[in-house]
Design a binder for this molecule. Sequence first.
Ligand code: BGC
Length: 507
Amino acid sequence: MAIEGFAVDASSANGFNGKITLSVVITCIVAASSGLIFGYDLGITGGVTTMKPFLEKFFPAILIKAASAKTNMYCVYDDQLLTLFTSSLFLAGLVSSLLASHITTALGRRNTMIFGGCIFFAGGAINAAAVNIGMLILGRILLGIGVGFTNQATPVYLSEIAPPKWRGAFNTGFQLFNNIGVVAANCVNYGTARLPWGWRVSLGLAMVPATIMTMGALLIPDTPSSLVERNHIDQARNALRKVRGPTADVEPELQQLIESSQVSKAMERESFAVIFEHRYRPQLVMAFAIPLSQQLSGINTVAFYAPNLFQSVVIGNNSALLSAVILGLVNLASTLVSTAVVDRFGRRLLFIVGGIQMLLCMISVAVVLAVGSGVHGTDQISKGNSIAVLVLLCFYAAGFAWSLGPLCWLIPSEIFPMKIRSTGQSIAIAVQFLTTFVLSQTFLTMLCHFKFGAFLFYAGWLVLITIFVILFLPETRGISLDSMYAIWGKHWYWRRFVGEGQVIQPR
Ligand code: BGC
């Protein structure tokens, strides 16, 4: 049965001439480099907020607290203003990712990426020059607006331009660059930590990844889908020829894009209203559930506050930054595992294996901290236990890197039909920013009050996430974007929303 409004035929699941060409590889690498700016920001913040000259200038109260012998080790960094510095970026990102939906639809994915890169550049410059908290927060708001745009547009760009059979691998490029940004930032922090104005260098160097990705985005074409959606048919044909190779027959693929676009335009309602229609409920639920799951796995607790965590819970200043570098490298290398297998074994298996691995690590971290530092967190933790925490967090980061890390960008970018793809991705990114904001705003307080129990909180969520994936996430491997609608029709639960659809077997 064909699904109303969507031409679903099995040949489109084969993805036309979806071969890997040098051009599509280069285009995707350049586009994925947008992940650098988000990663750089994630990696730089935790380190900067432990630098003494930075705290002296903007948050002197924390240093006074740290010097007081009475404070228990979990509570040193529990300061609302400091946390707001970190999380203001996520609020700004939330707003701009929602606006980005209209901008990517009207101006295309690539232009949105360029726009995001320029704003991020300005944010980096203001932060480097900051003389008061106002400037610091303004800079972070601009950084947040920048990543709101790029995080919304880039995953969709990658999914639309990649050959369907290898969409997963290409899309993980975004998370790879994200991790490269994190590691680069950690290394920068390691080098600048000793300088009195080191924090200015750390924050200002954000302009480098912004320049790299903006220049890169200027050199690539927009996606054929986006060009067709905006009636630039000739440009879409050229873009297709460029990425599919000069000898490929791109006309059938172009025709399918034009048909999908006509169907989309026939629905006159605003895409924000369309997405709430009953038949799109499965996709909408995923747009909420996947990013929520990514954040509720606890990754940013580990990522942002790794230096704070190690410093207040485990080891001294430089070793804390070094531990963050190690964690970042593990995350980066393990993302490559996902790149290699996501199109072979599918998304579900990675989710399940990664989820169980992270769950076991979180429980073990809680046990080591409880045993090592006492129930109140007042005992001096031993070197052996500190190393055990670091090793466990490395296994945790690896589990994240081959599951929730890259899949959180991939799944929302591939499950929506063209008309609402941009809106769907915007919702997913906004949910991700909102959850990150809430968690980062509350984590240090939670660590202070719940102590090692904070890690059990995330363990509980990991149980729920893994069960959710097993029951509700259909496999999307190997299915072309235009045929994706059919997966819900054969799912035991979601089919009640879309009816018994045509069955398409993933290859
Ligand atoms: C997540 C971030 C996380 C990062 C770690 C990203 O996919 O969205 O919240 O900090 O991965 O590598």
